[in-house]
Design a protein around this ligand. Structure first.
Ligand code: NAD
Length: 136
C-alpha cells in the first residue's frame, strides 16, 4: 500500500491526539512536523519518530515529498497557513472550527478550489451513526 505522507503543523494538545491516531493507521506516515515551540517539537518528534522538524512551517511546506498537511494551530492561524499549504500543492486536513471568521473560512474553501487540492475540516461527529441517521 502506498502510504500518505503527512506533515503536521502544531504539536500542542490536539496535534498530539492526531499523532496518536496516525500511529494506528497503516496507510499514514508522518514525515515532518512544525511548531514554534522547539523544545516541545523535539520531544514530540522523538516520541513519534518524526524524522524532520521545523520551527518555520513555511520550511515544512517546501518539502516535495509531503502529500497532505495537518493543521493543528489556533483558530485564527487556520486560514493563512491552510492557504499557504494549498498553494504549495498539499492537501489540507485542518482542525475545527474552520477559521475565526466566515470570510477566512470561505477564503480557505476558495483556495482549495483554486489550487485543486482537498480541504477537510476535522469534524468527526459528521461520521457518527447518529449524524448519518439524521441526514438520511
Ligand atoms: N484541545 C482540544 O481539546 C481541541 C479539541 C478540538 C479542536 N481543537 C482545535 O485544535 C486547534 C489547536 O488547539 P490546541 O488545543 O492543540 O492548542 P495548543 O495551544 O495546545 O497547540 C497549538 C500549537 O501550535 C503552535 N503554534 C502556534 N503558532 C504557530 C505557528 N505560527 N507555527 C507553528 N506552530 C505554531 C504552538 O506552539 C502550540 O504547540 C484549535 O483550532 C482548536 O480549536 C482543540
Amino acid at each position: 500500500m502506498n502510504k500518505i505522507r503527512i506533515g503536521i503543523i502544531g504539536v500542542g494538545i490536539i496535534g498530539k491526539v492526531h499523532l496518536d491516531y496516525y500511529a494506528k493507521i497503516e496507510g499514514a506516515e508522518v514525515v515532518a512536523a512544525a511548531d514554534l515551540n522547539e523544545a516541545e517539537l523535539q520531544s514530540v518528534a522523538e516520541k513519534y519518530h518524526i524524522p524532520h522538524t521545523y520551527t518555520r512551517f513555511q520550511d515544512l511546506l517546501q518539502r516535495d515529498d509531503i502529500d497532505a498537511v495537518d493543521i493543528c494551530l489556533h483558530n485564527n492561524a487556520h486560514a493563512p497557513v491552510t492557504i499557504e499549504a494549498l498553494k504549495a500543492g498539499k492537501h489540507v486536513y485542518c482542525e475545527k472550527p474552520i477559521a475565526g471568521s466566515y470570510i477566512d473560512g470561505k477564503s480557505m474553501v476558495d483556495a482549495a478550489r483554486q489550487y485543486g487540492r482537498k480541504l477537510h475540516i476535522q469534524l468527526s461527529y459528521l461520521y457518527a451513526k447518529e449524524t448519518l441517521a439524521a441526514k438520511r
